[in-house]
Design a protein around this ligand. Structure first.
Ligand SMILES: *Cc1c(COP(=O)(O)O)cnc(C)c1O
Length: 397
């Protein structure tokens, strides 16, 4: 059984804060402070350019990729880290489309995170080959999988509602129709057990600043199923994905396996923070995380529905159909969230009316759930949210 008291001690959470936004930005792992300081002072400061070899900066994207692979059911050597998730979506989708040159539909769902859909739109325009992006309602995805579809591109956990797709079933159905799959694990990695190898997914991508606690702007990851790794065509053919970057060849040759998905120089300092953040997962059993996360979310729903009747549940009620977050709707959701944050209960808001709360057993327990609901009830019963400054929208919600 995972010791969640021990994992909690590995994070810095400010006093008086109940942090329910680890689904958007995980908190600071204590180990990252020392690790980043060492990277700056001893590695960058002391080793200068030599750090690429002597401090392992060059191999860090693969080394950290292997650590993430263990958390998402992927074999060693199938995951590499770098760039942002938007870029990794573009690369995975481009590689997947190249495998089905005779088909033109990219199937996704209307609940997908906008950047995934935007990147698809941009890629379609760049390719100029008449691809179409078809975004159906989440519950209509399965029926829309057919032989006209080139790629099924889905985010496993809906960022707004927490609705969870059945990755294994949809991948199986896609493969039966000859469709290549791209799974976005932004709200899955570190939130629930993922079995990329077992589900047969072709490509997967995700970010590391949410449930993996890598820090603001931490680099993304990409998975290429080993059976495709030698043939996948990286659309962004940067020198770090070249077979021999320091041969300085005038023309591109893709690197070995997933390494070809690297693009440019890796963000060494951010990778150091992420590597330290991944230490927290040593000794954590993802099945314990899942069971505890469902229990915390269930309790939150039960208490909110009993004490805050003005809020309407926007997430699936069945914990096995949800990621690790709970969302409620209210027409004044934004102002209510500002009032909560002002009182130390930090969640976030997603337009048009969603209050979003992430539950992470690594540092959240039953006491935090009860504490958050007490403040929420106070804010709603007293109408405390109805102040002009709480209605004023900030750039990031
Ligand atoms: C958080 C998130 C992103 C963010 O992409 P970045 O390029 O890292 O800004 C993309 N897609 C999904 C599904 C997300 O949840």
């Amino acid at each position: 059984m995972t010791d969640f008291q021990a994992t909690r001690a590995r994070f810095r959470i400010p006093d008086g804060v109940i942090y329910l936004d680890g689904n958007s930005l995980g908190p600071l792992p204590v180990a990252a402070e020392e690790r980043v300081a060492r990277t700056l002072t001893a590695e960058w400061g002391g080793q200068l350019i030599r750090g690429w070899n002597s401090a392992g900066w060059m191999v860090q994207p693969r080394v950290v990729g292997d650590r993430i692979a263990r958390l998402i059911g992927a074999p060693a050597g199938s995951v590499v880290v770098g760039d942002t998730l938007s870029i990794k979506v573009y690369q995975a989708l481009a590689a997947a489309l190249a495998m089905r040159p005779d088909r033109s539909v990219i199937l996704s769902d209307s609940g997908n995170f906008p950047t995934d859909l935007y990147m698809a739109e941009g890629l379609i325009e760049t390719l100029g080959r008449g691809h179409v992006l078809k975004a159906v309602a989440p519950e209509e995805v399965e029926a829309a999988i057919g032989e006209d579809v080139a790629v099924l591109m889905l985010t496993e956990v809906d960022y707004r509602t927490g609705r969870l797709h059945d990755m294994a079933a949809l991948t199986a159905k896609a493969h039966a129709a000859g469709v290549v799959t791209v799974w976005d694990l932004a709200h899955s990695a570190g939130a629930l057990p993922v079995d990329l190898a077992g589900s047969g997914a072709d490509f997967a991508v995700g970010c590391t600043y949410k449930y993996l606690n890598g820090g603001p702007g931490a680099p993304a990851f990409i998975y290429v199923a080993p059976r495709h790794a030698r043939s996948a065509r990286p659309a962004l053919s940067g020198w770090m994905g070249h077979e021999a970057p320091f041969a300085f060849d005038p023309s591109y040759r893709p690197g070995e396996g997933v390494e070809r998905m690297r693009v440019g120089t890796p963000p060494v300092i951010a990778l150091a923070a992420l590597d330290a953040a991944l230490d927290v997962w040593d000794g954590v059993d993802m099945a314990d995380v899942r069971r505890t996360s469902i229990a915390l979310c269930d309790l939150f729903i039960e208490l909110v529905e009993a004490q805050c009747p003005a809020l309407e549940l926007a997430s699936p009620r069945d914990g096995t159909r949800r990621g690790s977050q709970v969302s409620f709707r209210h027409p004044h959701g934004y102002a209510i969230m500002q009032a909560l944050i002002d009182r130390g209960v930090i969640g976030d808001f997603r337009a048009p009316d969603i209050l979003r709360f992430g539950f992470t057993p690594l540092y959240i327990g039953e006491a935090e759930v009860r504490g958050a609901v007490a403040v929420l009830k106070q804010v709603l019963d007293g109408g405390l949210w109805d102040r002009p400054d709480y209605h004023r929208k900030a750039a990031v919600t």
